[in-house]
Write a protein that binds this ligand. Sequence first.
Ligand code: CA
Length: 489
Amino acid sequence: MDKNGTMIQYFEWNLPDDGKHWQRLKDDARHLKEIGISLVWMPPATKGTGTNDVGYGVYDLYDLGEFDQKGTVRTKYGTKEEYLAAIKALHDNEIFAIADIVLNHKAGADESERFPAYEVDPTNRQNKVSEAYDIEGWTKFTFPGRKGKYSEFQWNWTHFTGTDFNQGNGKKAIYMIKGINKGWADDDEVDTENGNYDYLMYADVDFDNPDVKEEIKRWSEWYINETGVDGFRLDAVKHIDGEFIDEFIKNIHEKQGNDFYTVGEYWKKNHETLENYIEDTDWNVDLFDVPLHMNFAKASKSGNSFDMSTLFHNTLMEKNATIAVTFVDNHDSQPSQALESWVDDWFKPLAYGMILLRESGLPCIFYGDYYGIAGENPIPGKQELIDKLLSLRVNHAYGKQNDYFDHPNCIGWTREGDEKHPAGLAVLLTNSDEGFKDMYIGKQHAGKEYVDYLGNREETITINDEGVGSFLCAPGSISVWAEHVTVPE
Ligand code: CA
């Protein structure tokens, strides 16, 4: 690879419902290229339950802001035309466009219908707590606003495994739909939390149903041809039959070639579970490094009592680096969201240094960390810091990595540089008092003077004849020592 690649998640939960986000992305494409972004993960473009839907309450997979459905043509982010224009702007700047696709469930059905279902125990969904009886569920999707354009497929209760509301009596529960060959996905094909975690929300799609499987595969081919996206971010894969995902990705690779990129969101910190999933999907799908994010969140809340030398233990970055997409926070972990596990402010520079300046993993920057989070309790962005780290990543984070994870509070590493990027860099960070460490960066650097590019230390450090520098960092912070950095205009 010529240059280190970086992804950005180009949205946060509280973006304004103004229909202008695709335009913002289009206008920002050139800047994103300049700071070193190579992939953009865009929010779901499909029509949700209304314009204020972030995109995970998906109604119609074929409506990308084109049809008057759910009271609106546009989605939260704009129209289909604007979406396509944003993708074109990314491509004009040699950036891959990644679509967020939500396959697990469907929301906002057009009609309710009657069918037999069991109530199950929410904490153990294998456990039926009633006999089967007829309920009235929202499972009929006819898409009257689209009128069969792109696909004639209409959904009914036979295409779903479960739902959570009986219109007949207004009762909320988790209902498992009864029928021949129905029920949740096999236990070994979905996460086993709550007995069987096939059901997440709304009407849960049945990936055992051959008509569903065909329709979703056909839709994915339509989507790729229609939009020209270069990859998919697969939402909520721990709730989707793994066998189907494997089949789905293989079908795409067959039709589009192996370069079509996929990354799955498997929200689980247990490494063994993730590794099983990686094997089940034949290493075809990258995964977000949730264990690493959880370690960051925990470390950020533990002050100096967290053992920094264990920060990478049992993460994908450590164990399965080739498929690891590393991240600090995202739209689900941000404050007041369902999976809230926010990395506290003081630790953000350390965490971003760790995902951006090491050799392992494909790092993903969160829009909310870069541009800030909107809403009632806004959080300012860290654009200046992240720009500096990105510049260091693009220009200097190359070559052999020498690790110094030898202290519970202060850890560091160096990159020796390579032929094209000879300068290299040294990183030192601490969750406690001021830190110092002698680290080897290469004899070729002997006599060179290094400064802290993040500006947290004022000293100039000279690399000795053995290629070793005595590096420093300030309390609770990170310093990145480099000889010379080219700042993008
Ligand atoms: Ca499911």
